[in-house]
Design a protein around this ligand. Structure first.
Ligand code: DAH
Length: 355
């Protein structure tokens, strides 16, 4: 008769030393397979004498149960230690520096706003802001554009209520009024911001950006306006010489009014700003109308000045060779990756604007 105790301790040692599920499966077959150790022991029961048979069989049965329990336990221990291993090896050290990261880009419109702000702040302009949702008064009436004035039609206004009092501002000019109403002259401000008109094609978007300029003081004349705009255009396009043309025009809020064109030519399929015999309109300007000053509680006998309004998106298109305005607002990450700017490269007058 075999020594069951010896067999038992051999089996438990085997189970104990199993390192992974697969080897435990092999051990299981060695014990319970067709020719397994315990299977063999059971086969021998029949050949035993009657009186020993019962006792031996019951010993074997309890050994079998113990071995099965022990295998079950070992399996769950192996599973647990596998999970622990994984947790140990796959843990993330959040204090390590990143290896792959995506750096964002500055949108050309934001870049141009930073550039123009930098240019104008160097000659004493400060930055003002106004709301996108305006009253009819600030957007039109105070700017000498009374109801039924034909200029209102040209603005394709988005009205926000039936009484046509609330609207999305159609230009940044209302910031002129708001600025003048809240303090005393002199004023020397620019106001960049979003503007809205019911218009959409390759060169128009229902939301676009403008830059307003306003300079009010004693004895300001058209010469100052021209000087300021020459300075701005040269700085912005980063050229030494630039051809500019002032064309008589009409805006209700300026008298006289002008539109400004800059000279350009196409060279090797690229636009070259500042020279050549083609003209491109870039802004509207003029001497602020006395009625506008009066509406904003400024005495037009004592104070005069000029104002101008530039399309920021237009400037960005010209400077950076972008030919479809709609792409600005489509949020295509590939477009931004190509046309965007390094966030750490902040435009300054002394370091250069766009390089
Ligand atoms: N507000 C005008 C527009 O959107 C642009 C403009 C023209 C602004 C002349 C001015 C100005 O300040 O003096 O069409």
């Amino acid at each position: 008769m075999e020594n069951l105790n010896q067999i038992e301790s051999d089996i438990f040692n085997k189970i104990k030393n199993a390192k992974e599920r697969e080897s435990l499966e092999v051990i299981k077959t060695e014990i319970f397979g067709k020719k397994g150790i315990i299977t063999d022991l059971f086969k021998k029961v029949g050949s035993l004498e009657q009186d020993k048979r019962k006792e031996y069989a019951s010993k074997l049965n309890s050994l079998k149960t113990k071995v099965i329990d022990s295998i079950e336990k070992k399996l769950s221990d192996l599973d647990q230690s596998e999970i622990n291993n994984k947790l140990q090896n796959e843990k993330i050290d959040v204090t390590l520096p990143g290896r792959s990261y995506f750096s964002g880009k500055i949108h050309p419109v934001s870049q141009v706003i930073d550039e123009v702000t930098s240019i104008f702040s160097e000659i004493g302009f400060s930055v003002e802001e106004g709301p996108d949702v305006e009253n009819e008064y600030y957007n039109f009436s105070a700017l000498n554009t009374p109801e039924n004035h034909p200029a209102r039609d040209m603005h394709d206004t988005f009205y926000l209520d039936l009484s046509k009092d609330l609207l999305l501002r159609t230009h940044t000019s209302p910031v002129q009024i708001r600025t003048m109403m809240k303090s005393k002259p002199p004023f020397k401000i620019i106001a960049p911001g979003r503007t809205y008109r019911h218009d959409s094609d390759q060169t128009h978007s229902p939301m676009f950006h403008q830059l307003e300029g306003l300079h009010i003081d004693k004895n300001i004349n058209m010469g100052h306006l021209k000087g300021c705009l020459y300075y701005f255009v040269k700085k912005f396009f980063e050229v030494d010489k630039v051809k500019i043309r002032f064309r008589p025009s009409h805006f209700p809020f300026t008298e006289p009014s002008a539109e400004v064109d800059i000279g350009y030519k196409i060279q090797d399929g690229k636009i070259k700003i500042g020279e050549g015999d083609k003209w491109l309109e870039i802004l509207g300007c003029g001497m602020v109308h006395p009625a506008v000053l009066k509406n904003a509680k400024v005495n037009p006998i004592q104070y005069q000045g000029y104002a101008f309004g530039v399309g920021i998106d237009r400037l960005a298109m010209l400077k950076y060779g972008i030919n479809d305005l709609r792409a600005f607002f489509e949020n295509d990450i590939r477009w931004l990756e190509f046309y965007g700017f390094d966030p750490l490269d902040i435009p300054t007058n002394y370091r250069g604007l766009s390089r």
